[in-house]
Ligand binder design. Structure first.
Ligand SMILES: Cc1ncc(COP(=O)(O)O)c(C=O)c1O
Length: 395
């Protein structure tokens, strides 16, 4: 075989989510799709809003020279200005077009950011449970991951972070609200995290970047408001996309925003523009960039996901599962009734319920349910969750 050893190894260790998805396809063929409860993929289940379709028809008809051509690698100036204006209103910070690079989704923004700041051997702190792709993104750019385990309520453990941030730390990736736990990090915790990063940066004589991954920031329940890391730490870079809030994952539109308070903001903008090009993205999709002025104003119907969360949370806690109630996203991360999450995921799969083991998020002992599925799938799955719970407990 001629593929790289590193990639071969990554594929082998890689995606639990994909593995479970493929298992789902097999089970659906065997038992019929309506009899398999597939909670593995974080693919939004509500269609993009009608406003999106109307705007798309309009934008498609606007023909001006250059609308389909190469552009500045950072993206259309009008789009970047528009995003900057919204960010300035939201954060009361002086964002301009030169703090925004349009990217191929949040994944593109994270890769551009990491490529821009990492030297070989630099460490990037991840807070487990974390979106598994982060580990690959860090490795893509010569970094080394350092994992800090979150507290049992899935908020960052600041004492543990204090111990893990050292002289080689270059960045910390934060994801709020979080895939897989659904937890929103409150402003008070962000303020203390900002203090910690400032103190560590000073002590080690190098800037530690806070890379805030926020594709779920508009999927919040219970009237909660998003707390932005921009307010609490000057060296913050933010990755955003409309994959999740507007169900546009296939359209690959997102951006990297650099805090205007960042001492190296201008250098970072140049670096991100350059790495967007040299990573081979060249620029974010032109059509979706032209849509941003409209897209950015549309808000998702979070009540749909909130209702699903409530059905699932009520059902699982009534059975006896230990669950931290998600503040947002469409994920829930209950504790397994037995210590071995792989074993429990198999117990669920034998009852045709497919979930992702916490080990896939470097947090064994829990499992992830992606509840972006029809309500009736959640309701019909609950007796299976109950059977598996009793079987695991030997009841
Ligand atoms: C936490 C997190 N970050 C980033 C991404 C990538 O999103 P995008 O489609 O915007 O690249 C995902 C997708 O599942 C995610 O869950």
């Amino acid at each position: 075989m001629s593929i790289s050893n590193l990639v071969r190894d990554q594929i082998k260790r890689g995606s639990w989510i994909r593995k479970m998805f493929e298992e789902g396809l097999r089970l659906k063929q065997e038992h019929g799709p309506e009899n398999v409860f597939d909670f593995t993929l974080g693919n939004p289940c509500i269609p993009p809003p009608d406003d999106f379709h109307r705007a798309l028809e309009k934008v498609v008809r606007e023909e001006r020279p250059g609308v389909h051509a190469y552009m500045q690698n950072s993206g259309f100036p009008a789009t970047r200005s528009r995003v900057a204006r919204d960010l300035a209103v939201e954060t009361a910070l002086p964002f301009s077009a030169d703090h925004v690079v349009m990217t191929v989704g949040a994944a593109g923004a994270l890769n551009v950011a990491l490529k821009s700041v990492l030297d070989p051997g630099d460490e990037v702190v991840l807070i487990a449970p974390y979106f598994a792709e982060y580990a690959f993104y860090v490795s893509n750019h010569g970094g080394t991951k350092v994992v800090s385990r979150a507290r049992p309520d899935f908020l960052p453990d600041l004492d543990d972070l204090d111990a893990r941030i050292g002289p080689r730390t270059k960045a910390l990736i934060l994801n709020s609200p979080c895939n897989p736990s659904g937890r929103l990090i409150p402003a008070g915790v962000l303020a203390r995290l900002g203090d910690l990063l400032r103190r560590k940066s000073r002590r080690h004589g190098r800037t530690i970047y806070l890379l805030s991954d926020e594709p779920y920031r508009r999927l919040l329940f219970d009237g909660l408001e998003f707390a932005s890391p921009f307010a609490h730490y000057e060296d913050t870079l933010m990755a955003m996309s409309h994959s999740k809030d507007l169900s546009l994952a296939g359209e690959r539109i997102g951006y990297l925003a650099i805090s205007p308070r960042c001492a190296a903001a201008a250098d970072l903008f140049s670096a991100a523009t350059f790495t967007n090009r040299t990573l081979g993205y060249v620029n974010a999709p032109a059509l979706m960039q032209r849509m941003i002025a409209v897209i950015d104003r549309i808000r998702p119907d979070v009540a749909v996901y909130e209702r699903k969360r409530d059905i699932l949370f009520r059902g699982l806690t009534a059975i006896g599962y230990d669950v931290v109630k998600p503040d947002g996203t469409f994920f829930m991360f209950p504790k397994c009734p037995v210590p071995d999450d792989l074993e429990f995921v198999r117990t669920l799969a034998s009852r045709l319920v497919l979930v992702t083991p916490g080990s896939g998020f470097e947090y064994p002992g829990c499992f992830r349910i992606a509840f972006c599925v029809p309500d009736d799938v959640i309701e019909r799955s609950l007796p299976r969750f109950e059977e598996a719970f009793k079987a695991a407990r030997g009841a």
